[in-house]
Design a protein around this ligand. Structure first.
Ligand code: SOE
Length: 395
């Protein structure tokens, strides 16, 4: 008899849709045990909630997240809400004995993130963080290649997350309010880059050597309550008055890696011309890798062990089942590519594997792992504000 895991989803905006889709589809493509049950979805707007639940197949709705996370009918709480409420919601769920899957970044502040890790340590429940890009097959393959020595000693990691949706016409969404988001592009996008560099290299960031934190657009139009977490601001009620953006639009920083290499990170919402260019390059003494999410089914590989006459950047089509390409066997025949939503479905499969007593296909970050990323986020901000190096050992 296949067990079930009854899920409560907190949040019904962008991540609410991505997670709903993942729980709805995962059992269609993976042999899940336990099976996910879309039990209850929680959001503030009762009117919108009924339509959301019907569209995605949630059995129940609620506007009371605390009552829901304490409900004995719930096994796993999935947090897709803005950053400032991650800690309260996750801690309440853990105290109620629930497993918790939380969107990135773990929290808006290091203090909140630490409190979540402390609550997890005091609980028997499992925790997970939706650093979904680890489950883009090309990124998972990069992780395996480095783990197996294909790059050798790591010299450089170069990571950039380039978006351009944050222009002056976008109103003062929660993502531009420091008391809600904690930071802007930094916590939103550098979080992904830091996690990806740690995941692919298998190394930790030991210091931030210098950083720039910059806000290009300091005033934004105030919005109505319906803007929620959507990054487009589309449909958001417009106001003629403006409010101050209290977060960065871009953060760049330089760092040292635990293996002796050096790294650069750049996150921005104003890289005109790029929409979701989450990219990294890793250089070692035996080879190099490069990835760009805007060509997400491809991985670039430069192999110094190959015959020098034919050395060059190979573009690997990471869709081939049976060839050891991560997750490929669950999906389509060779060359039938995947999209953004598949990284979440792959993560849902790994979460269910762990809850069923098994192992994920590639490492899944729990709260403790995500805290290390949160510490790097904090170190970069301190380095920018103090205009000097910050060792992670100091945090
Ligand atoms: C907005 O920048 C955003 O939705 C991020 O919050 C997600 O983590 C990223 O995958 C897409 O862009």
């Amino acid at each position: 008899m296949t067990e079930q895991v009854r899920i409560a989803l907190l949040g019904s905006k962008f991540m609410g849709r991505a997670h709903s889709n993942a729980w709805l589809k995962v059992g269609k493509f993976f042999p899940v045990d336990p099976e996910p049950v879309l039990h209850t979805v929680v959001a503030r707007d009762a009117d919108e909630l009924a339509g959301f639940a019907q569209r995605w197949g949630w059995r129940n709705t609620s506007t009371d997240w605390l009552q829901t996370v304490r409900d004995n009918a719930i096994d796993l709480v999935d947090i897709g809400t803005p950053n400032h409420v991650h800690a309260g919601q996750a801690i309440a769920a853990l105290e109620a004995g629930k497993h918790v899957a939380c969107e990135k970044p773990l929290a808006g502040t290091l203090q909140d993130a630490q409190s979540m890790v402390d609550a997890a340590a005091a609980s028997q429940a499992r925790t997970f963080v939706w650093f979904n890009y680890r489950r883009v097959p090309a990124v998972a393959l990069a992780h395996r290649l480095v783990r197996d020595g294909a790059l050798g000693r790591i010299y450089h990691a170069r990571a950039a997350y380039l978006q351009s949706w944050g222009g002056p016409d976008v109103p003062l969404l929660w993502r531009f309010q420091g008391d809600i988001a904690g930071s802007g592009a930094h916590g939103d996008l550098n979080a992904h880059l830091i996690d990806a560099v740690r995941f692919v290299t298998g190394e930790e960031i030991v210091s931030v050597e210098g950083a720039i934190e910059h806000t290009f657009i300091e005033e934004r139009q105030l919005v109505g309550d319906d803007a929620g977490g959507e990054i487009s601001g589309a449909g958001a009620g417009r106001s003629s008055t403006t409010g101050r953006s209290t977060v960065d639009d871009a953060v760049l920083f330089l760092a040292r890696l635990s293996g002796g290499g050096v790294a650069s990170f750049e996150a921005t919402r104003l890289a005109t011309g790029y929409h979701n260019a989450n990219r990294f390059e890793i250089h070692g003494d035996r080879g190099a890798l490069r990835f760009d999410f805007e060509r997400m089914n491809e991985l670039g590989f430069y192999d110094l062990s190959a015959d020098p006459a034919v050395q060059g950047w190979a573009t690997i089509d990471v869709t081939r089942g049976g060839d050891g390409h991560p997750y490929a066997d669950a999906w389509w025949p060779n060359g039938h590519v995947l999209g953004y939503e598949h990284s979440f479905i792959n993560q849902a499969a790994d979460i269910l594997a762990v809850l069923g007593g098994g192992e994920p296909l590639v490492p899944l970050p729990d709260f403790g792992d995500a805290l290390r990323t949160q510490c790097v986020l904090q170190a970069a901000i301190e380095s920018a504000r103090n205009r000097g190096p910050v060792s992670l050992a100091e945090l």
